[in-house]
Design a protein around this ligand. Structure first.
Ligand SMILES: [Ca+2]
Length: 198
């Protein structure tokens, strides 16, 4: 009986920690001094109603194509989650993009992003990963059943990581073979305060 009560107390305490963390996120400046930018893939501007397949070494704003290639989607081609442009992580094949930004060692950061999938062709379920400094931090999938270019059905995903150095590299990678991959937009990074009770 005592054990069960103790268990409930631990759960309640954990909830308080989570709420404190959320409060800290809300109060933090938008830029958070990380230098992270254009999580919405609004630069460079793509001609409306078209897309550009971007290969390693070609411009994609502050992002770098690190493997395969990706499709930078222009305004009106399909619904964006933020602004007017978005990114299909499959160009002609599975691709990956990364961005490196400033972090404070031992500080925690929350990554959030909008996720959908290219609804034009198979496979129905699109899969991919988010990597932090080359290590998989989150596997994701998106079912495009019933989704269209006008109604992409974006969902939001988030996770937290603890920085280990003065810079951190965040990478989004498709694991979907073919030319119709997961779609991302509205990537954001905010500092978080973690309170660890041992
Ligand atoms: Ca956008």
């Amino acid at each position: 009986m005592i054990t069960r009560r103790t268990g409930r107390f631990i759960v309640a305490a954990a909830s308080v920690v989570v709420l404190s963390c959320v409060g800290a996120i809300a109060a933090a400046p938008a830029s958070a001094a990380t230098g992270f930018s254009d999580g919405g893939f609004e630069t460079p501007v793509v001609a409306p109603n078209t897309f550009v397949t971007v290969f390693p070494g070609q411009p994609l704003g502050p992002w770098t194509v690190v493997s395969g290639n990706v499709d930078h989607i222009g305004a009106g081609f399909w619904q964006a989650a933020e602004g007017v442009q978005s990114l299909d992580l499959d160009g002609g094949q599975a691709g990956a993009v990364s961005q490196t930004f400033a972090t404070s060692p031992l500080f925690a950061y929350e990554v959030s992003f909008a996720l959908a999938g290219n609804p034009v062709a198979l496979p129905v379920v699109k899969t991919g990963q988010v990597l932090v400094n080359g290590h998989v931090a989150l596997n994701f999938s998106f079912d495009t059943t019933g989704k269209t270019e006008a109604h992409m059905g974006y969902v939001h995903r988030e996770f937290a990581f603890q920085a280990t150095g003065s810079t951190t590299t965040l990478e989004f990678a498709s694991t979907t073979e073919g030319a119709f991959g997961p779609v991302i937009d509205d990537v954001d990074i905010q500092p978080c305060l973690l309170i660890l009770c041992l």
